[in-house]
Design a protein around this ligand. Structure first.
Ligand SMILES: *[C@@H]1O[C@H](CO)[C@@H](O)[C@H](O)[C@H]1NC(C)=O
Ligand SMILES: *[C@@H]1O[C@H](CO)[C@@H](O)[C@H](O)[C@H]1NC(C)=O
Ligand SMILES: *[C@@H]1O[C@H](CO)[C@@H](O)[C@H](O)[C@H]1NC(C)=O
Length: 268
């Protein structure tokens, strides 16, 4: 509608010259009236907010135009919980006793920013169970945007190296404690994907996923990367392994007990 106004204005300018200025001024005047008549809003992000288990996360919420929220009631709630309050602020005081027990000691407002209309919620030590829809409700303005929180869990993969029955080297990559379910890919030393069998996925009683993937490679000296990634939470963790022929890489050390593998490898 802004574009439309501009276009209309330009049309008028061509047709009526000086009259345009009058029209333009009345539009501005109406806009001022509009904001003075209580057409205020409470704005949250349109995209989901992503947090990783254990992190702190800020759920943004702002009053537009800027108003002093310190003296208002601010209700942060999850409608699917009982009690639903994640944080309840009433005229300068947080009513901590009304808060759902799962959020006790983990939620706060930025009290110094409330007077600038910033009613964002600081949620600390994020848990998987925090995932869901939050409402930032300002009763005085009767507006309550919904803020969606997506929670992810990640860990670095671990690669186990053993001799394969076929005489090559078996690389077993495992990553525990992921959420949502990630995918596993293998890359060679140049970063090109290496085809491997289907990954195995297990879901634990804690809802977290363990993924594993096996790759059998030749004995020759080479680098491999096991990459575990989850696009929804935009997270990637990877571990590299270098497989090399031990007799080629290491000086012989007579008298030491036999090494378990005939291949020398290391992680980096
Ligand atoms: C959020 O709250 C936690 C716990 O009280 C605190 O350590 C952290 O600094 C706060 N985050 C910000 C951005 O102030
Ligand atoms: C493997 O990676 C290491 C460390 O990045 C590098 O020094 C080495 O040259 C690589 N070897 C091969 C065969 O790509
Ligand atoms: C995903 O993560 C990368 C690396 O942390 C970052 O550079 C990028 O901006 C992120 N993308 C999105 C869509 O959040």
């Amino acid at each position: 509608s802004k574009m439309r106004h501009v276009t209309d204005r330009q049309t008028l300018k061509f047709q009526y010259g000086a009259f345009t200025v009058l029209v333009f001024h009345s539009v501005v005047f109406l806009a001022v009236i509009h904001s003075c008549s209580g057409q205020s809003d409470v704005i949250g992000p349109s995209q989901p907010i992503v947090a990783i288990v254990g992190d702190d996360v800020i759920l943004p919420c702002h009053l537009v135009p800027v108003m002093n929220a310190f003296v208002m009631t601010v209700e942060w709630a999850r409608p699917d919980l009982d009690p639903r309050f994640v944080l309840l602020w009433r005229v300068g005081v947080e009513l901590a006793s009304k808060k759902h027990p799962a959020y006790r000691g983990r939620t706060s407002l930025f009290t110094d920013r409330l007077k600038h209309g910033d009613v964002s919620l600081n949620l600390s030590s994020v848990r998987l169970s925090d995932e869901g829809r939050y409402r930032c409700f300002i009763p005085k303005l009767n507006k309550s945007p919904t803020i969606q929180l997506v929670v992810g869990a990640v860990s670095s993969p671990v690669i186990l190296v053993t001799e394969s029955s076929s005489g090559g080297v078996l690389l077993q990559c495992e990553a525990k404690g992921w959420y949502p379910e990630p995918e596993v890919v293998w890359l060679d030393g140049e970063g090109n994907p290496v085809p491997a069998g289907p990954a195995e996925t297990l879901r634990g009683p804690d809802d977290l996923y363990t993924v594993s993937s096996k790759l059998t490679v030749e004995k020759r000296h080479s680098n491999f990367t096991c990459r575990v990634q989850q696009k929804t939470i935009n997270q990637t963790r990877e571990t590299h392994v270098q497989v090399a022929d031990q007799s080629f890489m290491l000086p012989r050390t007579p008298g030491t007990p036999g090494t378990r593998y005939s291949w020398y490898f290391w992680f980096f």
